[in-house]
Design a protein around this ligand. Structure first.
Ligand SMILES: [Zn+2]
Length: 69
């Protein structure tokens, strides 16, 4: 049983812990992995931390600045 629980926790862990930053302003359309991102500096409203799932549900796209590799 412990073995199965460990697999489930490993599977759920990363997705549960992935939080992103979104600007709540009317012109915001991205989510960010970095609070200090240049895109968030332009935010005219409040910056909120939400889960990645929530950000996607809000139709946000990954920011082109802080998600660039
Ligand atoms: Zn960004």
């Amino acid at each position: 049983m412990g073995f199965i629980l460990a697999i489930v926790l490993t599977f759920l862990g990363p997705s549960n812990s992935s939080s992103v930053y979104v600007c709540t302003g009317p012109n915001a359309y991205s989510y960010h992995c970095n609070r200090n991102c240049r895109g968030l500096n332009n935010c005219s409203a409040e910056v909120k931390i939400v889960s990645l799932e929530k950000a996607k549900a809000m139709k946000r796209k990954p920011c082109g600045i802080c998600y660039r590799r």
